[in-house]
Design a binder for this molecule. Structure first.
Ligand SMILES: N[C@@H](CCC(=O)N[C@@H](CS)C(=O)NCC(=O)O)C(=O)O
Length: 267
């Protein structure tokens, strides 16, 4: 058993951020899949260390940390070499803002596409219109990211770092739904460059292996009907559903009891 445990699901871009940081720093870790993840009723050590029932959660000796950005701070503080954050306060703030935008506004879109494509939450015209709007939103974020990258080789600056691991898993997620940065853009070139990095490539391979071995859509729908999934409709994800025309998806989920929100943590 490694000294560090990261509760994880290979498809989680947040989990990938954490694993990329550990791989870059050469920290050995185990990455178990929590039992019942996504069911709304997790248990054991995972439930204790991750009261939201979310991956990633990191356990290192007596220390347990949830929330990927907080975990990344813990990793940087505990294993400072090689440094992943840029050196100056202004540059650190720049990549942390980038991370925040990607974690919230960008991820909500790929999560929403997954709810429709993989979990069958909408059908027919509604599904088509939500998928189209999601594609338009991603294209707009690609254009914004192009301006953030500017003429830097890496989002972090002169070398790969925090700014890059905070973007790569999420862009790869969008590519998985058929939305990629336009050819000839700096962002498209960066995506090729970042995916050549061993740490990023390993996480992308693990994610692709799980995606390729996933349940059929019929099996997922059957599992939903049996109440085996109760997915978290949190903050920006809920906003995405509503602003993209999926209020009826939220209502249906509430009626059927297959979506969940965060409750107060056990005392
Ligand atoms: N803000 C959290 C988000 C983590 C998160 O949303 N994880 C998802 C997987 S991508 C999860 O575990 N969801 C559990 C569920 O839907 O029940 C972080 O940065 O760690």
């Amino acid at each position: 058993m490694a000294e560090v445990v990261v509760y994880d699901h290979p498809l989680s871009p947040y989990g990938q951020k954490v694993k990329i940081a550990l791989l870059e720093k050469g920290v050995d870790f185990d990455a178990p899949l929590p039992t019942n993840i996504g069911s709304g009723s997790t248990d054991g050590e995972f439930a204790r260390v991750s009261p939201r029932g979310e991956v990633p959660a990191l356990v290192h000796g007596e220390t347990a940390v949830f929330e990927s950005s907080v975990i990344l701070d813990y990793i940087e503080d505990t294993w400072p070499e090689p440094a992943l954050l840029p050196a100056s306060p202004a540059e650190r703030a720049r990549v942390r803002m980038l991370e925040n935008v990607i974690d919230t506004h960008f991820e909500a879109i790929t999560w929403g596409l997954s709810e429709i494509v993989n979990f069958g939450r909408a059908e027919g015209d509604l599904a088509a219109s939500m998928l189209a709007r999601g594609g338009e939103q991603l294209a707009a974020w690609f254009a914004w990211l192009e301006t953030r990258l500017g003429d830097r080789p890496w989002f972090n600056g002169a070398a790969f770092g925090y700014g890059d691991l905070a973007v790569a898993p999420f862009l790869n997620g969008a590519v998985g739904f058929g939305h990629r940065p336009p050819d000839g853009t700096a962002l498209a070139d960066w995506l090729v460059r970042v995916n050549a990095r061993d740490s990023v490539a390993r996480c992308a391979r693990d994610a692709a292996a799980v995606a390729g071995s996933g349940m059929s859509l019929e099996a997922v729908r059957e599992a939903m009907n049996q109440g085996l999934f109760k997915r978290e409709y949190r903050d920006h994800r809920l906003e995405w559903m509503i602003k993209t025309g999926g209020l009826s998806v939220v209502s249906a989920g509430l009626e059927r009891g297959n979506i969940r929100f965060i409750e107060p943590f056990p005392a």
